[in-house]
Design a binder for this molecule. Structure first.
Ligand code: ATP
Length: 450
């Protein structure tokens, strides 16, 4: 499908059991797209299965099947159909959940006609790009991470520069790749440069290229990373490590788009979108005079802050499962973990974050041949850890009810992690009956009501 196809009447299916909504929405879209309306979500799903639908608009609250379930079923069938979810006013959390389960976009009622048409067009064009691009998978069930993923999805389609902050190994590059894959530039190159890995005297030529004879050893003309990125994305990792001289050169490109190869006089223009990442506190670097404030503001149009793994224990079992599958040896089942071993993984601080976890699982997949990892299989620094995950310090600079909620979130998150996501076992351990437990973790937004 393409923008061209959108103009040549793509077929939009609108599903809702409120006749007025169907009438109003179809009246708006009919001038631009083919429209099918359907008051039964189940019938809507059948229509999608039959084919010929290019985009689905669904509302959230329907008697037969709610909108989230509709999205889940469409995605569960392996379909990449673009889906726009329309939610009632004040339903931000559901909107986030909708994108998590696979909605392409969402709108809040009342829906402005112009906005609706623009979003449908965009989703159709975007679907066209996605057909050819594999999106990297950022796995998480943590509320803060889900919010970061949601911002990432929203900002991906804009041309804005993004600064990604987070400790080493938290997934900053993965987010950068996701931003690229979800942008209109997805078919263009994604070029990454690790600013810390290149000696400072070579970095200028690496970024901007050089002409033949520009310096000793420059025997050939070389195209730099800005040129390589073309109209795609240039990911500048470890931007906090740039020296002051390079910062000025980078600032010039970001301000004007102009640059020239080292030893060259011709002005070249960069069309690339720049995404930068760092594990340093850039604000502090600016205060200390080590990072130019003007460059910081140029890079920092949108910030994504990726939380460290120790602040999202609930993600550990999910990531463990994911990496166990990834590193399964031929003719073997993915590794399992004894409860004791999993508890220790959840209690550990993970200074190297997800990368450290990934490497550990890779190692274990090779070394442990009996199928289940026991405590004694883990490296020695896991052996001495306390069994339960450490509770984060209780903040005293906040009102009691906020601190209490923080404690409750940590407690239940750790409990769910320690029981590998088995909610019945977690409820037993908490001394609560299942429905009481379920209501509690729902109210803390640790799981959703699906
Ligand atoms: N949420 C996640 N789901 C799945 N895989 C993840 C997730 N987060 C990180 N990873 C994986 O962990 C590894 C490290 O992630 P990544 O390289 O993106 O981290 P980083 O923050 O850019 O690290 P550095 O600061 O050292 O450059 C990668 O293999 C990545 O695919």
């Amino acid at each position: 499908m393409s923008a061209g196809k959108a103009r040549s009447r793509s077929n939009v299916l609108i599903v809702d059991d409120v006749p007025d909504f169907l009438k109003e929405t179809s009246a708006v879209l009919r001038a631009h797209f083919g429209v099918t309306v359907c008051s039964s979500p189940l019938r809507g799903l059948r229509l999608i299965k039959q084919g010929g639908i290019d985009l689905l608009i669904t509302t959230l609250v329907m008697r037969e099947l709610d909108g989230l379930e509709v999205i889940r079923r469409v995605r569960g069938s392996g379909s990449a159909l673009p889906i726009i979810m329309v939610t009632g006013f004040g339903n931000e959390n559901t909107a986030i959940e909708a994108t998590r389960v696979g909605a392409t976009d969402y709108l809040t009622k009342p829906v402005e006609p112009e906005e609706l048409i623009a979003r449908v067009r965009r989703a159709l064009t975007y679907a066209d790009v996605q057909e050819e691009v594999d999106e990297p998978l950022v796995l998480s069930q943590d509320t803060t991470m889900l919010e970061v993923i949601e911002v990432c999805r929203r900002v991906a389609r804009s041309p804005s520069r993004v600064l990604i902050l987070g400790e080493t190994g938290t997934g900053k590059e993965l987010f950068a790749r996701m931003l690229h894959a979800r942008s209109q530039r997805a078919r263009e190159p994604f070029v990454d440069v690790n600013c810390a890995a290149i000696p400072p005297n070579l970095l200028e030529s690496e970024l901007f290229g050089h002409e033949r004879g520009a310096f000793t050893g420059a025997t050939e003309r070389r195209v730099g990373r800005f040129e390589e990125a073309g109209e795609g994305t240039l990911f500048l990792d470890e931007i906090g490590e740039l020296g002051i001289a390079m910062q000025s050169k980078l600032l010039r490109v970001l301000q004007t788009g102009d640059f020239s190869r080292v030893g060259g006089s011709r002005n070249l223009r960069s069309q690339a979108r720049v995404i930068a990442a760092t594990n340093r506190d850039l604000n502090q670097e600016v205060q200390a005079g080590r990072f130019r404030a003007d460059l910081y503001y140029r890079l920092n149009v949108v910030t994504l802050e990726v939380p460290p793994l120790r602040q999202r224990f609930g993600d550990i079992p999910i990531l463990v499962r994911h990496f166990s599958r990834k590193f399964t040896q031929p003719d073997h089942q993915p590794l399992g973990f004894s409860s004791e071993a999993m508890q220790r993984l959840c209690a550990y601080g993970w200074p190297g974050n997800v990368r450290e976890l990934e490497h550990l699982i890779e190692r274990l997949s090779v070394l442990v041949t009996r199928g289940e990892v026991r405590l004694s299989d883990l490296p020695t620094h896991f052996q001495g850890l306390a069994e339960a995950a450490p509770v984060s310090p209780i903040p005293t600079n906040r009102p009691y009810h906020e601190a209490l909620r923080e404690f409750q979130r940590t407690y239940f998150q750790n409990l769910i992690a320690a029981t590998h996501g088995n909610l019945a076992a977690a409820a037993r351990q908490a001394g609560m009956d299942r429905s009481q437990f379920f209501r509690k973790v729902q109210s803390l937004r640790l799981i959703t009501n699906s």
